[in-house]
Structures are given as C-alpha cells and as structure tokens.
Design a protein around this ligand. Structure first.
Ligand SMILES: Nc1ncnc2c1ncn2[C@@H]1O[C@H](COP(=O)(O)OP(=O)(O)OP(=O)(O)O)[C@@H](O)[C@H]1O
Ligand SMILES: [Mg+2]
Length: 263
C-alpha cells in the first residue's frame, strides 16, 4: 500500500516537473521570439531612416550640382552669347548697309541661341527634374552640358528598351553617375567620355568611361587621405539600393565606373 502511494507521489512530482519544464520552455521561447521580433523591427526602422537620410542628402547634392551647372552655363554660354550680340549691335554702322544687315542677322541668331539655352536651363531648375525626366533623359542632359564646355567629346550608347526604375533608385543612380562625371572633369584630363546604358529583361547596366590619366584604385579606396567622399558614397549608396558598382582604373589607362542593378 505504502509502495503504491509512493509511486503515485513520484508520478505526480514527475508530472509536475515535466509540466513546469514545458511551461518554462514555452515562456522562454515566447520571450526569445518577441525579443527577436523587436530587434528586427528596430533594425528595419533604422534601415528605413538611413535610406531616407541618404535620399535627402542625394537630393541636396543634385540641387547643389544643378545650381553650379546653371551658374557656369550662364557665365560661359548665355553670358558670352549676349555679350557678343551687344558687341555686334554696338558696331553696326548704318552707312554700310550690307555689313549692318549681316551683323543684324548674326545678332538675331545669337539671341535665338541664348533663348534656347535659357529654355534648356529652366528645365533643370525644376527641383524634381530627375524624377520628371527620368534617369536616361537626365543623364543625356548632363552629357549635353559637359559637351557644351567644349573641353572633350562625349558619347552616349543606349541598348535595349529603356524602362523607368523606382524613383528613389533613379535619384540615387543619377547622383552616382553625376559623381563619376564630376570626377572625370576634376581629375582625369580626358578627351573622351563615353556613357553606355543597357536595359535587358533582368536588369539594367550603366558604364561611365573616360580615356584620361586614370588612378590607382586600390590606394584611392584604402588610403583615407586620398579618398574623398565621392568614391565611398558611390559604394555605400549603390549597396543601399541593391546595385553593384565597380571602378576599374589604372594610371595612364583611363577609368570606368560600372553599375548594375537587377529589376
Ligand atoms: N575619373 C578619374 N580619373 C582620374 N582620377 C580619378 C577619377 N576618379 C577618381 N579619381 C581619383 O580618386 C580620388 C578619389 O575620388 P573621390 O571622388 O572619392 O574624391 P574627390 O573627387 O577627390 O573628392 P570629393 O568627391 O569628395 O569632392 C580622386 O582624388 C582622384 O585622385
Ligand atoms: Mg569626387
């Protein structure tokens, strides 16, 4: 009888311990699950706010670059054209009708050119012009501005059917292209700039290549003194939108910046 009671007590204690263990395990698992979920939510929020910050910074940089382009365009092109027109008009001598007529015709052409240049410029004054025109047209426009400086030749090759990408991705990609062009103008001493854009079913690829003096890419990206923000931002920002960027360069062999993005 005693033995039977002892067995019952042991069974009850063992059952209680098992139940308690299962309960404790379930509480622990639930606790771990909520902790992981909270961590995931916090990380997602942090990534989102980091993305928004980068996007804002990108937009500010595009605006800054646009203002710089505009002031240069007004100074180098529109200002020059109008000064030339003024010179023409000032030197018109009505006693020499043929030359006067020629100068008037030249002035009319110059004023038309200034008007056209102003129209083009006003497009880029719109703060959303990349969003409105789309990445490809914005790149074309950027190249037109470079070509206008007359310091080097430019070429744009497009293959495949252009598709519009997500607006935020287009903004970031445009800023990367702008930085590559800026670097080329600032450092390369190139005579030719070629931009190739290709679209296919799975993704989008763009390369910005110059035939300038090139640089030692390994040192430029590891040596903090030699690295500006430009190359580092290119890498960080492309990673943020899931794009891959590669920079191929060597002293004397030009530079190619290649960006790929899967749809
Ligand atoms: N297309 C290029 N041709 C020759 N050298 C280049 C080219 N692009 C970059 N470099 C070299 O790589 C370095 C780093 O470029 P990065 O854009 O990071 O900095 P930066 O242009 O000097 O400064 P920032 O971009 O911050 O204004 C440059 O200082 C330059 O020596
Ligand atoms: Mg730079």
């Amino acid at each position: 009888m005693d033995k039977e009671r002892q067995e019952i007590i042991i069974a009850i204690v063992a059952g209680t311990i098992t139940l308690l263990t299962i309960g404790a395990f379930m509480i622990f698992a639930l606790f771990a699950y909520y902790r992981r979920r909270n961590k995931y939510l916090i990380e997602t929020q942090q990534l989102q706010s980091q993305f928004q910050q980068t996007l804002l910074q990108t937009q500010l940089e595009i605006q800054e670059q646009t203002l710089h382009n505009i002031s240069q365009e007004i100074h180098d092109n529109i200002g020059q054209v109008l000064s030339l027109t003024k010179l023409n008009l000032n030197t018109i001598d009505l006693r020499q009708p043929t030359t006067a007529q020629q100068k008037l015709d030249d002035s009319r052409k110059l004023v038309s050119k200034a008007i056209q240049d102003l129209r083009d410029l006003s497009k880029s004054l719109n703060s959303d012009y990349v969003t409105e025109l789309g990445l490809l047209r914005a790149i074309e426009y950027e190249l037109e501005l470079v070509a206008k400086t007359g310091t080097l030749q430019t070429q744009l090759d497009v293959t495949g059917t252009p598709v519009r990408l997500d607006t935020q991705k287009e903004l970031i990609l445009f800023r990367i292209v702008q930085e590559a062009i800026n670097n080329m103008l600032k450092h390369a001493e190139a005579t030719l700039l070629t931009i190739s854009v290709s679209y296919n079913n799975t993704g989008f690829h763009i390369s910005i290549a110059d035939n300038g003096k090139g640089f030692d890419n390994a040192t430029a990206t590891t040596d903090n003194k030699k690295t500006g923000l430009g190359l580092r931002n290119m890498h960080n920002r492309s990673r943020l939108i899931g794009a891959a960027v590669s920079i191929t360069s060597a002293p004397g062999a030009g530079t190619t910046v290649a960006i790929s993005l899967s749809y």
